[in-house]
Design a protein. Sequence first.
Length: 503
Amino acid sequence: GRGHPRHYGQSPYSFGGASCNLSANLRWSWQHPDGRYNTIIIGKPLIDNERNIYISSMDGVRKFDIDGRVLWTWSVFNFTDKRYVPNNPAIMDGRLYNCLTTGELFALSMETGELLWEVMASAKGIGGDTAFVTATQGIVLLDVDPSQPAGPLSGRKNNRIVAFDSSDGSELWDFTPDVGVWNFLPHFPDDGTAVFQTWNGGAYRLNLSDGTPIWSQGVDSNVDGWTDGGPALGPNGLFYTTRSEATMEKSPFSEAGSGGLAAYRVSDGELVWNRSGLEQGIYTYPVVGRLAEGAPLSVVTGVGSLAFFPLQIQFIIFGALPGAMVGFLIGMFWALCKCRGMSPQATMCAFLLRPLVAAAVCALLGSVAVVPFLKGAYPYSVQAFDAETGEPQWRVELPTWRWYCAAGDEEGLATRRKNGHRQLCLPPASSYMTLDAQGAIYFGHLDGRLYRIKDWNGDGRIDAGTEVCAFEAGSGFLTGGPSIAPGVLAVASCDTLYVFGDP
Protein backbone atom coordinates (compact mmCIF):
# COMPACT_ATOMS: atom_id res chain seq x y z
CA GLY A 1 0.00 0.00 0.00
CA ARG A 2 1.62 3.20 1.21
CA GLY A 3 4.19 2.06 3.74
CA HIS A 4 4.10 1.34 7.44
CA PRO A 5 1.06 1.90 9.69
CA ARG A 6 0.80 5.45 11.07
CA HIS A 7 3.38 6.64 8.54
CA TYR A 8 1.46 6.07 5.32
CA GLY A 9 2.79 8.01 2.35
CA GLN A 10 5.86 9.08 4.34
CA SER A 11 9.41 7.90 3.92
CA PRO A 12 11.96 8.01 6.75
CA TYR A 13 14.54 8.89 4.09
CA SER A 14 15.28 12.14 2.30
CA PHE A 15 15.89 12.34 -1.41
CA GLY A 16 17.74 15.08 -3.22
CA GLY A 17 18.27 18.67 -2.22
CA ALA A 18 17.13 22.11 -3.25
CA SER A 19 18.35 21.70 -6.85
CA CYS A 20 15.49 21.55 -9.34
CA ASN A 21 17.36 19.47 -11.90
CA LEU A 22 15.66 16.12 -11.31
CA SER A 23 16.82 14.86 -14.71
CA ALA A 24 20.42 14.95 -13.51
CA ASN A 25 19.54 12.33 -10.88
CA LEU A 26 17.96 9.84 -13.28
CA ARG A 27 19.96 6.59 -13.11
CA TRP A 28 17.97 4.31 -15.40
CA SER A 29 14.56 3.63 -16.84
CA TRP A 30 12.67 0.61 -18.18
CA GLN A 31 9.99 0.16 -20.83
CA HIS A 32 8.43 -2.98 -22.25
CA PRO A 33 10.97 -4.81 -24.47
CA ASP A 34 8.55 -4.68 -27.43
CA GLY A 35 8.10 -0.92 -27.15
CA ARG A 36 6.95 1.80 -24.83
CA TYR A 37 3.19 1.33 -25.24
CA ASN A 38 3.11 -2.47 -25.30
CA THR A 39 1.95 -2.69 -21.70
CA ILE A 40 0.55 -0.42 -18.99
CA ILE A 41 2.44 -0.33 -15.70
CA ILE A 42 -0.29 -0.78 -13.11
CA GLY A 43 1.58 -1.00 -9.83
CA LYS A 44 3.73 1.46 -8.00
CA PRO A 45 7.36 0.39 -7.57
CA LEU A 46 7.93 -1.51 -4.33
CA ILE A 47 11.45 -1.50 -2.84
CA ASP A 48 12.67 -4.23 -0.49
CA ASN A 49 15.38 -4.02 2.17
CA GLU A 50 18.06 -4.85 -0.42
CA ARG A 51 16.79 -2.03 -2.68
CA ASN A 52 15.44 -4.44 -5.27
CA ILE A 53 12.46 -2.98 -7.13
CA TYR A 54 9.19 -4.74 -8.05
CA ILE A 55 6.56 -3.52 -10.50
CA SER A 56 3.27 -4.95 -11.73
CA SER A 57 2.12 -4.28 -15.27
CA MET A 58 -0.90 -5.60 -17.15
CA ASP A 59 1.10 -8.55 -18.50
CA GLY A 60 2.83 -9.61 -15.27
CA VAL A 61 5.28 -8.81 -12.47
CA ARG A 62 8.98 -7.98 -12.72
CA LYS A 63 11.85 -7.68 -10.25
CA PHE A 64 14.86 -5.44 -10.88
CA ASP A 65 18.05 -4.94 -8.95
CA ILE A 66 19.16 -1.43 -8.01
CA ASP A 67 21.11 -1.11 -11.29
CA GLY A 68 18.15 -1.98 -13.52
CA ARG A 69 18.88 -5.63 -14.31
CA VAL A 70 15.74 -7.77 -14.60
CA LEU A 71 16.08 -10.55 -12.00
CA TRP A 72 12.86 -12.38 -12.83
CA THR A 73 9.58 -12.00 -14.69
CA TRP A 74 6.25 -13.63 -13.91
CA SER A 75 3.91 -13.47 -16.89
CA VAL A 76 0.11 -13.62 -16.95
CA PHE A 77 -1.13 -16.86 -18.51
CA ASN A 78 -3.61 -16.16 -21.34
CA PHE A 79 -3.02 -12.40 -21.15
CA THR A 80 -5.88 -10.55 -22.90
CA ASP A 81 -7.86 -7.32 -22.55
CA LYS A 82 -10.17 -9.29 -20.21
CA ARG A 83 -7.46 -11.07 -18.20
CA TYR A 84 -4.67 -8.94 -16.80
CA VAL A 85 -3.16 -7.58 -13.59
CA PRO A 86 -5.32 -4.59 -12.51
CA ASN A 87 -3.95 -3.69 -9.06
CA ASN A 88 -0.97 -2.34 -7.18
CA PRO A 89 0.86 -5.20 -5.43
CA ALA A 90 1.81 -5.72 -1.79
CA ILE A 91 4.92 -7.35 -0.32
CA MET A 92 5.11 -9.03 3.08
CA ASP A 93 7.24 -11.78 4.63
CA GLY A 94 9.08 -12.66 1.43
CA ARG A 95 5.98 -12.78 -0.78
CA LEU A 96 4.43 -10.49 -3.36
CA TYR A 97 0.63 -10.47 -3.63
CA ASN A 98 -1.52 -9.35 -6.55
CA CYS A 99 -4.59 -10.38 -8.52
CA LEU A 100 -6.13 -10.79 -11.98
CA THR A 101 -9.29 -9.22 -13.42
CA THR A 102 -10.71 -12.73 -13.85
CA GLY A 103 -10.88 -13.09 -10.07
CA GLU A 104 -7.67 -14.86 -9.02
CA LEU A 105 -5.48 -13.76 -6.10
CA PHE A 106 -1.88 -15.01 -6.20
CA ALA A 107 1.33 -15.00 -4.19
CA LEU A 108 4.85 -15.00 -5.68
CA SER A 109 8.20 -15.65 -4.05
CA MET A 110 10.03 -12.32 -3.84
CA GLU A 111 13.31 -14.21 -4.21
CA THR A 112 12.57 -16.26 -7.34
CA GLY A 113 9.23 -15.12 -8.79
CA GLU A 114 7.84 -18.63 -8.36
CA LEU A 115 4.06 -18.90 -8.04
CA LEU A 116 3.48 -20.06 -4.46
CA TRP A 117 -0.30 -20.22 -4.56
CA GLU A 118 -3.27 -18.97 -6.53
CA VAL A 119 -6.92 -18.99 -5.43
CA MET A 120 -10.19 -17.88 -6.96
CA ALA A 121 -11.08 -14.80 -4.94
CA SER A 122 -14.30 -14.12 -6.82
CA ALA A 123 -16.04 -15.87 -9.70
CA LYS A 124 -17.51 -12.47 -10.59
CA GLY A 125 -14.06 -11.03 -11.18
CA ILE A 126 -12.23 -7.92 -9.99
CA GLY A 127 -12.95 -4.42 -11.30
CA GLY A 128 -10.44 -3.25 -13.84
CA ASP A 129 -9.39 0.06 -12.35
CA THR A 130 -6.26 0.52 -10.23
CA ALA A 131 -6.86 -0.48 -6.61
CA PHE A 132 -4.38 -1.87 -4.09
CA VAL A 133 -3.87 -5.38 -2.81
CA THR A 134 -2.82 -4.82 0.81
CA ALA A 135 -1.26 -7.11 3.40
CA THR A 136 -0.76 -6.91 7.18
CA GLN A 137 -0.49 -9.28 10.14
CA GLY A 138 -0.79 -12.39 8.00
CA ILE A 139 -3.89 -11.12 6.18
CA VAL A 140 -4.32 -10.04 2.55
CA LEU A 141 -7.23 -7.70 1.74
CA LEU A 142 -8.82 -7.39 -1.69
CA ASP A 143 -11.94 -5.80 -3.18
CA VAL A 144 -13.97 -7.96 -5.58
CA ASP A 145 -17.38 -8.44 -7.28
CA PRO A 146 -17.67 -5.56 -9.75
CA SER A 147 -21.12 -4.26 -10.62
CA GLN A 148 -22.29 -3.59 -14.14
CA PRO A 149 -21.57 -0.01 -15.30
CA ALA A 150 -24.44 2.41 -14.75
CA GLY A 151 -23.84 4.00 -18.16
CA PRO A 152 -21.52 3.97 -21.19
CA LEU A 153 -19.00 6.26 -19.45
CA SER A 154 -19.16 4.51 -16.07
CA GLY A 155 -16.76 2.01 -14.60
CA ARG A 156 -17.35 -1.10 -12.54
CA LYS A 157 -17.01 -0.45 -8.82
CA ASN A 158 -16.29 -3.42 -6.56
CA ASN A 159 -18.89 -4.32 -3.96
CA ARG A 160 -17.27 -6.78 -1.53
CA ILE A 161 -14.15 -6.81 0.66
CA VAL A 162 -12.50 -10.19 1.25
CA ALA A 163 -9.70 -11.19 3.66
CA PHE A 164 -7.37 -14.11 2.91
CA ASP A 165 -4.73 -15.99 4.87
CA SER A 166 -1.40 -14.80 3.47
CA SER A 167 0.21 -18.24 3.87
CA ASP A 168 -2.12 -20.24 1.60
CA GLY A 169 -4.84 -17.92 0.24
CA SER A 170 -7.68 -19.47 2.22
CA GLU A 171 -10.60 -17.10 2.73
CA LEU A 172 -11.01 -15.75 6.27
CA TRP A 173 -14.02 -13.45 6.00
CA ASP A 174 -15.84 -11.06 3.71
CA PHE A 175 -17.76 -7.82 4.14
CA THR A 176 -20.21 -6.03 1.84
CA PRO A 177 -20.34 -2.25 2.40
CA ASP A 178 -23.52 -0.31 1.72
CA VAL A 179 -21.68 1.66 -0.98
CA GLY A 180 -19.10 0.11 -3.29
CA VAL A 181 -15.40 0.97 -3.47
CA TRP A 182 -13.15 2.28 -6.23
CA ASN A 183 -9.36 2.21 -6.28
CA PHE A 184 -9.65 0.51 -2.88
CA LEU A 185 -6.82 1.32 -0.46
CA PRO A 186 -7.46 0.29 3.15
CA HIS A 187 -5.25 1.63 5.91
CA PHE A 188 -4.24 -0.16 9.09
CA PRO A 189 -3.99 1.82 12.35
CA ASP A 190 -1.84 -1.03 13.76
CA ASP A 191 -4.49 -1.98 16.31
CA GLY A 192 -6.13 -4.98 14.66
CA THR A 193 -8.50 -2.88 12.53
CA ALA A 194 -8.71 -1.47 9.01
CA VAL A 195 -10.23 1.78 7.73
CA PHE A 196 -11.26 2.47 4.14
CA GLN A 197 -13.46 4.80 2.13
CA THR A 198 -16.28 4.19 -0.32
CA TRP A 199 -16.28 5.53 -3.83
CA ASN A 200 -18.36 8.58 -2.81
CA GLY A 201 -16.32 9.50 0.29
CA GLY A 202 -17.95 7.49 3.10
CA ALA A 203 -15.76 5.79 5.70
CA TYR A 204 -15.70 2.39 7.42
CA ARG A 205 -13.68 0.80 10.20
CA LEU A 206 -13.59 -3.02 10.43
CA ASN A 207 -12.12 -5.62 12.76
CA LEU A 208 -9.36 -7.45 10.93
CA SER A 209 -10.01 -10.64 12.88
CA ASP A 210 -13.50 -11.27 11.49
CA GLY A 211 -14.53 -8.32 9.30
CA THR A 212 -17.23 -7.01 11.62
CA PRO A 213 -17.85 -3.26 11.28
CA ILE A 214 -16.94 -0.99 14.19
CA TRP A 215 -18.33 2.22 12.72
CA SER A 216 -19.30 3.84 9.45
CA GLN A 217 -19.73 7.50 8.55
CA GLY A 218 -21.06 9.33 5.51
CA VAL A 219 -22.17 6.07 3.90
CA ASP A 220 -25.24 6.79 1.77
CA SER A 221 -25.92 5.11 -1.55
CA ASN A 222 -28.28 7.96 -2.48
CA VAL A 223 -25.50 10.56 -2.36
CA ASP A 224 -24.04 11.43 -5.74
CA GLY A 225 -20.34 11.78 -6.13
CA TRP A 226 -17.29 9.71 -6.89
CA THR A 227 -13.55 9.93 -6.75
CA ASP A 228 -10.74 8.22 -8.61
CA GLY A 229 -8.58 8.84 -5.56
CA GLY A 230 -8.84 7.73 -1.97
CA PRO A 231 -8.03 8.27 1.70
CA ALA A 232 -5.07 8.87 3.99
CA LEU A 233 -4.37 7.84 7.58
CA GLY A 234 -2.48 10.30 9.76
CA PRO A 235 -0.17 9.59 12.72
CA ASN A 236 -2.58 11.71 14.79
CA GLY A 237 -5.37 9.13 14.87
CA LEU A 238 -7.39 10.82 12.11
CA PHE A 239 -8.59 9.23 8.87
CA TYR A 240 -8.99 11.56 5.89
CA THR A 241 -11.40 10.88 3.01
CA THR A 242 -11.68 12.61 -0.34
CA ARG A 243 -14.64 13.18 -2.61
CA SER A 244 -16.01 14.94 -5.65
CA GLU A 245 -19.60 16.05 -6.00
CA ALA A 246 -19.53 15.16 -9.72
CA THR A 247 -20.62 11.70 -10.83
CA MET A 248 -18.20 9.48 -12.70
CA GLU A 249 -19.81 10.36 -16.03
CA LYS A 250 -19.42 14.12 -15.44
CA SER A 251 -16.04 14.13 -13.73
CA PRO A 252 -13.86 14.84 -16.81
CA PHE A 253 -16.12 17.47 -18.33
CA SER A 254 -16.55 20.31 -15.87
CA GLU A 255 -15.00 22.10 -12.94
CA ALA A 256 -18.53 22.67 -11.60
CA GLY A 257 -18.39 19.56 -9.41
CA SER A 258 -16.77 20.74 -6.20
CA GLY A 259 -14.61 18.57 -3.98
CA GLY A 260 -14.21 17.93 -0.31
CA LEU A 261 -11.82 16.60 2.31
CA ALA A 262 -13.04 15.23 5.65
CA ALA A 263 -11.26 14.05 8.81
CA TYR A 264 -12.72 11.30 11.03
CA ARG A 265 -11.41 10.14 14.40
CA VAL A 266 -10.30 6.53 14.04
CA SER A 267 -11.29 5.55 17.56
CA ASP A 268 -15.01 6.32 17.28
CA GLY A 269 -15.65 7.64 13.75
CA GLU A 270 -16.58 11.15 14.87
CA LEU A 271 -16.29 13.81 12.18
CA VAL A 272 -13.55 16.20 13.32
CA TRP A 273 -13.65 18.62 10.39
CA ASN A 274 -14.91 18.84 6.83
CA ARG A 275 -13.60 21.08 4.06
CA SER A 276 -16.33 21.20 1.44
CA GLY A 277 -16.82 23.42 -1.59
CA LEU A 278 -13.30 23.13 -2.99
CA GLU A 279 -13.33 24.57 -6.50
CA GLN A 280 -12.85 21.15 -8.15
CA GLY A 281 -13.06 17.51 -7.14
CA ILE A 282 -10.24 15.54 -5.53
CA TYR A 283 -9.05 12.67 -7.70
CA THR A 284 -5.94 11.60 -5.85
CA TYR A 285 -4.76 10.40 -2.42
CA PRO A 286 -3.60 12.98 0.17
CA VAL A 287 -0.54 12.64 2.34
CA VAL A 288 -0.29 13.57 6.04
CA GLY A 289 2.95 14.62 7.71
CA ARG A 290 5.24 17.45 8.80
CA LEU A 291 6.46 19.65 5.96
CA ALA A 292 9.40 20.96 7.98
CA GLU A 293 11.14 20.09 11.23
CA GLY A 294 8.96 21.16 14.16
CA ALA A 295 6.05 22.14 11.89
CA PRO A 296 2.49 21.10 12.72
CA LEU A 297 0.98 18.16 10.88
CA SER A 298 -0.36 19.01 7.44
CA VAL A 299 -2.60 17.15 5.04
CA VAL A 300 -1.71 17.87 1.42
CA THR A 301 -3.87 17.01 -1.57
CA GLY A 302 -4.27 17.82 -5.22
CA VAL A 303 -7.48 19.47 -6.42
CA GLY A 304 -8.49 19.16 -10.06
CA SER A 305 -10.46 17.02 -12.47
CA LEU A 306 -9.60 14.01 -14.58
CA ALA A 307 -8.73 14.16 -18.24
CA PHE A 308 -10.92 12.30 -20.71
CA PHE A 309 -10.47 10.12 -23.80
CA PRO A 310 -8.00 10.85 -26.62
CA LEU A 311 -9.19 13.36 -29.18
CA GLN A 312 -9.59 10.73 -31.90
CA ILE A 313 -12.02 8.78 -29.69
CA GLN A 314 -13.94 11.92 -28.74
CA PHE A 315 -14.24 12.75 -32.46
CA ILE A 316 -16.08 9.47 -32.90
CA ILE A 317 -18.25 9.58 -29.77
CA PHE A 318 -19.33 13.22 -29.88
CA GLY A 319 -18.83 14.15 -33.53
CA ALA A 320 -18.75 11.39 -36.11
CA LEU A 321 -21.42 9.09 -34.69
CA PRO A 322 -24.06 11.77 -34.03
CA GLY A 323 -23.17 13.41 -37.35
CA ALA A 324 -23.49 10.14 -39.23
CA MET A 325 -26.91 9.44 -37.72
CA VAL A 326 -28.17 12.90 -38.61
CA GLY A 327 -26.64 12.61 -42.07
CA PHE A 328 -28.28 9.24 -42.67
CA LEU A 329 -31.69 10.70 -41.86
CA ILE A 330 -31.00 13.67 -44.14
CA GLY A 331 -29.94 11.30 -46.88
CA MET A 332 -33.12 9.26 -46.53
CA PHE A 333 -35.22 12.40 -46.80
CA TRP A 334 -33.12 13.52 -49.78
CA ALA A 335 -33.68 10.19 -51.50
CA LEU A 336 -37.44 10.28 -50.85
CA CYS A 337 -37.71 13.76 -52.35
CA LYS A 338 -35.62 12.99 -55.44
CA CYS A 339 -36.77 9.49 -56.35
CA ARG A 340 -40.28 10.22 -57.59
CA GLY A 341 -40.65 9.10 -61.19
CA MET A 342 -37.29 7.32 -61.24
CA SER A 343 -36.89 3.72 -62.39
CA PRO A 344 -36.84 1.01 -59.69
CA GLN A 345 -33.11 0.48 -60.23
CA ALA A 346 -32.35 4.20 -59.91
CA THR A 347 -34.58 4.46 -56.85
CA MET A 348 -32.76 1.57 -55.15
CA CYS A 349 -29.40 3.14 -55.98
CA ALA A 350 -30.50 6.49 -54.56
CA PHE A 351 -31.74 4.90 -51.34
CA LEU A 352 -28.44 3.09 -50.93
CA LEU A 353 -26.00 5.84 -51.86
CA ARG A 354 -27.52 9.13 -50.75
CA PRO A 355 -27.92 8.24 -47.05
CA LEU A 356 -24.37 6.86 -47.00
CA VAL A 357 -22.92 9.93 -48.70
CA ALA A 358 -24.84 12.26 -46.39
CA ALA A 359 -23.81 10.23 -43.35
CA ALA A 360 -20.12 10.38 -44.35
CA VAL A 361 -20.22 14.12 -44.99
CA CYS A 362 -22.07 14.87 -41.74
CA ALA A 363 -19.73 12.59 -39.77
CA LEU A 364 -16.78 14.62 -41.02
CA LEU A 365 -18.50 17.91 -40.33
CA GLY A 366 -19.56 16.70 -36.89
CA SER A 367 -15.98 15.75 -36.00
CA VAL A 368 -14.78 19.24 -36.90
CA ALA A 369 -17.71 21.10 -35.34
CA VAL A 370 -17.45 19.36 -31.98
CA VAL A 371 -13.85 20.43 -31.24
CA PRO A 372 -14.68 23.85 -29.70
CA PHE A 373 -17.05 22.12 -27.27
CA LEU A 374 -14.57 19.53 -26.00
CA LYS A 375 -12.70 20.14 -22.79
CA GLY A 376 -9.04 20.68 -23.58
CA ALA A 377 -7.67 22.45 -20.47
CA TYR A 378 -7.19 20.93 -17.01
CA PRO A 379 -6.11 23.31 -14.22
CA TYR A 380 -4.74 21.73 -11.07
CA SER A 381 -3.67 22.99 -7.66
CA VAL A 382 -1.90 21.43 -4.69
CA GLN A 383 -3.28 22.56 -1.35
CA ALA A 384 -2.09 22.10 2.23
CA PHE A 385 -4.36 22.17 5.29
CA ASP A 386 -3.76 21.96 9.01
CA ALA A 387 -4.26 18.26 9.73
CA GLU A 388 -5.97 18.91 13.08
CA THR A 389 -8.36 21.71 12.09
CA GLY A 390 -8.64 21.71 8.29
CA GLU A 391 -7.58 25.37 8.06
CA PRO A 392 -5.80 26.24 4.80
CA GLN A 393 -2.01 26.67 4.97
CA TRP A 394 -0.91 27.20 1.36
CA ARG A 395 -1.74 26.37 -2.23
CA VAL A 396 0.15 26.40 -5.50
CA GLU A 397 -1.15 26.17 -9.06
CA LEU A 398 0.47 23.75 -11.47
CA PRO A 399 0.72 24.70 -15.15
CA THR A 400 -2.64 24.03 -16.81
CA TRP A 401 -2.52 20.88 -18.94
CA ARG A 402 -3.83 21.81 -22.36
CA TRP A 403 -4.90 18.71 -24.21
CA TYR A 404 -7.99 16.54 -24.33
CA CYS A 405 -6.62 13.47 -22.56
CA ALA A 406 -3.81 12.60 -20.18
CA ALA A 407 -0.27 12.70 -21.55
CA GLY A 408 0.60 9.47 -23.36
CA ASP A 409 -2.93 8.22 -23.99
CA GLU A 410 -3.17 9.82 -27.44
CA GLU A 411 0.33 8.70 -28.40
CA GLY A 412 -0.12 5.12 -27.19
CA LEU A 413 -3.60 4.48 -28.55
CA ALA A 414 -2.63 3.00 -31.93
CA THR A 415 -0.12 0.54 -30.44
CA ARG A 416 -2.42 -0.58 -27.66
CA ARG A 417 -5.36 -0.94 -30.03
CA LYS A 418 -3.24 -3.01 -32.43
CA ASN A 419 -2.19 -5.31 -29.57
CA GLY A 420 -5.79 -5.86 -28.54
CA HIS A 421 -5.13 -5.06 -24.90
CA ARG A 422 -6.45 -2.26 -22.69
CA GLN A 423 -6.33 0.74 -25.00
CA LEU A 424 -6.03 3.58 -22.49
CA CYS A 425 -4.23 4.23 -19.25
CA LEU A 426 -6.85 6.81 -18.10
CA PRO A 427 -4.87 7.87 -15.02
CA PRO A 428 -6.31 9.81 -12.09
CA ALA A 429 -5.55 13.50 -11.83
CA SER A 430 -2.36 12.55 -10.00
CA SER A 431 -0.74 9.59 -8.32
CA TYR A 432 -0.78 9.54 -4.58
CA MET A 433 1.73 11.82 -2.93
CA THR A 434 4.86 10.67 -1.12
CA LEU A 435 6.51 12.81 1.56
CA ASP A 436 10.22 12.40 2.23
CA ALA A 437 11.97 13.00 5.56
CA GLN A 438 12.79 16.64 4.77
CA GLY A 439 9.17 17.50 3.91
CA ALA A 440 9.44 17.39 0.10
CA ILE A 441 6.32 16.12 -1.69
CA TYR A 442 6.67 13.93 -4.79
CA PHE A 443 3.86 12.89 -7.14
CA GLY A 444 3.07 12.28 -10.80
CA HIS A 445 0.40 14.28 -12.64
CA LEU A 446 -1.73 13.57 -15.71
CA ASP A 447 0.31 16.16 -17.64
CA GLY A 448 3.15 13.62 -17.79
CA ARG A 449 5.40 15.26 -15.21
CA LEU A 450 6.85 14.05 -11.92
CA TYR A 451 6.63 16.98 -9.48
CA ARG A 452 8.48 17.85 -6.31
CA ILE A 453 7.13 20.60 -4.04
CA LYS A 454 8.91 21.93 -0.96
CA ASP A 455 8.80 25.20 1.00
CA TRP A 456 12.56 25.52 1.13
CA ASN A 457 12.72 29.02 2.65
CA GLY A 458 10.07 28.30 5.30
CA ASP A 459 7.92 31.35 4.52
CA GLY A 460 4.66 29.40 4.59
CA ARG A 461 3.95 29.59 0.88
CA ILE A 462 5.15 27.84 -2.27
CA ASP A 463 6.98 29.84 -4.93
CA ALA A 464 5.95 28.20 -8.21
CA GLY A 465 9.16 29.39 -9.86
CA THR A 466 11.72 28.11 -7.37
CA GLU A 467 9.99 25.57 -5.10
CA VAL A 468 8.12 23.48 -7.68
CA CYS A 469 10.33 21.17 -9.74
CA ALA A 470 9.26 18.88 -12.59
CA PHE A 471 10.67 15.96 -14.53
CA GLU A 472 9.22 15.31 -18.00
CA ALA A 473 8.05 11.71 -18.13
CA GLY A 474 5.75 12.13 -21.12
CA SER A 475 2.86 10.03 -19.77
CA GLY A 476 0.43 10.20 -16.87
CA PHE A 477 0.71 8.16 -13.68
CA LEU A 478 -1.73 5.68 -12.16
CA THR A 479 -2.65 5.60 -8.48
CA GLY A 480 0.57 4.26 -7.00
CA GLY A 481 2.99 7.08 -6.27
CA PRO A 482 6.76 7.31 -5.87
CA SER A 483 8.72 5.07 -3.49
CA ILE A 484 11.77 6.34 -1.61
CA ALA A 485 14.54 4.22 -0.09
CA PRO A 486 18.08 5.18 0.98
CA GLY A 487 19.59 7.02 -1.97
CA VAL A 488 16.88 6.04 -4.45
CA LEU A 489 13.49 7.27 -5.70
CA ALA A 490 11.46 5.03 -8.01
CA VAL A 491 8.26 5.99 -9.82
CA ALA A 492 6.30 4.46 -12.67
CA SER A 493 4.32 6.32 -15.29
CA CYS A 494 1.74 4.46 -17.36
CA ASP A 495 4.51 3.07 -19.55
CA THR A 496 7.95 3.66 -18.00
CA LEU A 497 9.71 2.87 -14.74
CA TYR A 498 12.09 5.68 -13.69
CA VAL A 499 14.75 5.21 -10.99
CA PHE A 500 16.58 8.22 -9.60
CA GLY A 501 19.66 8.24 -7.38
CA ASP A 502 20.95 10.81 -4.93
CA PRO A 503 23.52 13.16 -6.48
